[in-house]
Unconditional design. Structure first.
Lengths: 337, 199
């Protein structure tokens, strides 16, 4: 086949939607600088825990001084994960043998159309979950990889806490998780699964950060205000990859977690020897609700999570808040292509 | 011509603050002996071995302390019980000792003579010590530690940031370092109680 015919065939394939346009534009990853961070096991340290002085020595720095989580905790994630995964701190359901932390290598690049990211982390061994029949919470998916992006207009707390701003003490398997009667009484969110999902701080009228029962699942703002959240930055964009079937999901978190509705994202991941490699291509601009429209020259608060070893819900490994700069400063600097 | 008095006679008639010289000498030497004995006795109660001679201390707070950096560390510098709990200067030390004498009553009464009784009183005792330390701007911590002696580059990010904030806001060591050498109990405080100790 001549070069010209191959080009024509390629264009035709794109036009027919057979091959994602992004597949042609993926960067040469060997030329993109790598940043290494550490995902750690967070136990039951919800936002309310973070903001409560007797629980968290850094509460004052976060609440009153306006510090980011990363200001204090970047570099000590493995130690923190070790304390929680063994139940020494903020964890009542210990999974023996679960790893405390996962090193994550991140590369990022962008062009006029897309953001490209590459993630690499070591595969771990299996540890049976003693409180789940069969020992696996999500038997289908060995790995789920997720990334959250905070809108530029998001409130200050969300920008400083990253994913933690959506993790609450009354979420699934958390200390203040409500019982069925309380769940049934709350209107405006889907509680049919029997639990409260993540929610953004802007979706509630108040944050209950102290007392025996913490969290604000039942303090939903009026419907009109909730609808406005997606326009005024009161949400988190949520992108996720599932290992079974190489599935990509594009959702968001506002009044609750929704795994659909975004413009779409293309993940591609696989286990490569003793490591997992996941790449992501996402259009910078989006008008879809719950999507952050990314712009060159700006930095965004992002966070990463791995549901390792068939984990579900809160039993994941997470990053502290990070800044992704598109030609701007940040812990992760996306390279212009 | 008056008879010239002998040197010793004149000396015997000399008065110091109304006391004869011999009397003054006896008082002086007696004072030194008393002072020395008093201080020796006070210092004897200022040893860790004295503090843990009561099982209430040895079985509870001492055991916790031996697992902390104030007991064992890279450089071998050890802060013992009185280093943290008894002022170094004499006046504050005596005041502290007088207050501590109340512990004799509780020893006799057995107020904390079992681990369970000790644990039930733990928060109350800790709060008393936290108040004392706050009132003195953590004087005993500062016998060894000083903000201006810290090298932020050698600190972990968490410590560096927190110390920057502490200096900026005029905070004192105990505001953050509660339970640094013993079992942490601040999480047992009610919200109202915790407010008292907010910087």
């Amino acid at each position: 086949m001549s070069q010209r015919n191959a080009f024509t065939l390629g264009v035709a394939a794109i036009a027919l939607g057979l091959i994602p346009a992004a597949a042609f534009a993926a960067p040469d990853w060997s030329k993109v600088p790598e940043v290494e961070t550490v995902l750690f096991y967070p136990g039951q340290t919800a936002l309310e825990w973070v903001m409560n002085g007797p629980d968290h020595g850094g509460a004052r720095s976060f609440v009153k001084k306006g510090d980011r989580c990363a200001d204090c905790h970047a570099g000590e994630q493995a130690d923190m994960g070790g304390r929680m995964v063994t139940g020494k701190k903020a964890e009542k359901q210990v999974i023996p043998g679960k790893r405390a932390a996962i090193p994550l290598k991140v590369k990022a690049a962008f062009d006029a159309t897309n953001l490209y990211m590459r993630f690499e982390f070591p595969a771990g061994s299996h540890a049976d979950v003693p409180f789940v029949q069969g020992g696996k919470m999500d038997a289908d998916n060995e790995i789920k990889f997720a990334m959250m992006i905070s809108p530029e207009k998001a409130n200050d707390l969300q920008q400083r806490a990253g994913c933690w701003s959506t993790c609450h003490d009354d979420n699934r398997d958390m200390p203040s998780a409500p019982d069925k009667a309380k769940l049934a009484a709350v209107k405006g969110i889907d509680t049919s699964a029997g639990y409260v999902t993540k929610y953004s701080v802007d979706s509630r009228t108040a944050l209950v950060t102290s007392g025996d029962v913490r969290g604000s699942f039942d303090k939903l703002k009026p419907a009109a205000e909730l609808d406005a959240l997606l326009k005024n930055g009161g949400f988190m964009d949520l992108l996720r990859w599932k290992s079974k079937g190489n599935v990509s999901e594009d959702g968001h978190i506002a009044a609750e977690r929704v795994m659909t509705g975004g413009q779409g994202v293309q993940f591609d991941g696989k286990k490569d020897g003793n490591k997992w490699v996941v790449t992501m291509t996402r259009k910078l601009a989006s008008t879809a609700p719950g999507d952050v429209s990314l712009e060159a020259g700006k930095a965004y608060t992002v966070g990463f999570a791995v549901h390792d070893d068939h984990a579900n819900g809160r039993f994941h490994h997470v990053s502290v808040d990070m800044h992704l700069g598109l030609g701007a400063d940040g812990e992760i600097k996306a390279v212009k292509q | 011509m008056p008879e010239k008095q002998s040197f010793f006679r004149r000396l015997s008639k000399t008065k110091i603050l109304g006391a004869s010289l011999v009397g003054a000498a006896v008082l002086f030497v007696g004072g030194i002996v008393f002072w020395g004995a008093f201080n020796t006795a006070m210092e004897a109660t200022n040893e860790m071995s004295f503090c843990i001679s009561c099982h209430e201390m040895e079985n509870n707070v001492y055991q916790e302390y031996t697992k902390t950096i104030h007991y064992s560390n890279r450089s071998g510098v050890r802060a013992t019980c009185p280093d943290c709990h008894v002022p170094k200067d004499w006046v504050h030390k005596v005041v502290r000792k007088i207050k501590a004498s109340g512990e004799l009553y509780h020893k006799v009464m057995g107020s904390v003579d079992t681990p369970e009784k000790f644990d039930a009183k733990r928060l109350e005792l800790a709060k008393r010590e936290w108040r004392r330390m706050r009132a003195s701007d953590s004087r005993e911590c500062r016998n060894c530690h000083a903000f201006d002696g810290m090298n932020p580059e050698a600190q972990k990010p968490r410590a560096r940031k927190q110390h920057e904030n502490a200096v900026e806001d005029g905070m004192t060591c105990i505001d953050c370092h509660k339970g640094i050498a013993h079992k942490p109990v601040e999480d047992r405080m009610t919200e109202e109680e915790a407010k008292e100790f907010e910087p």
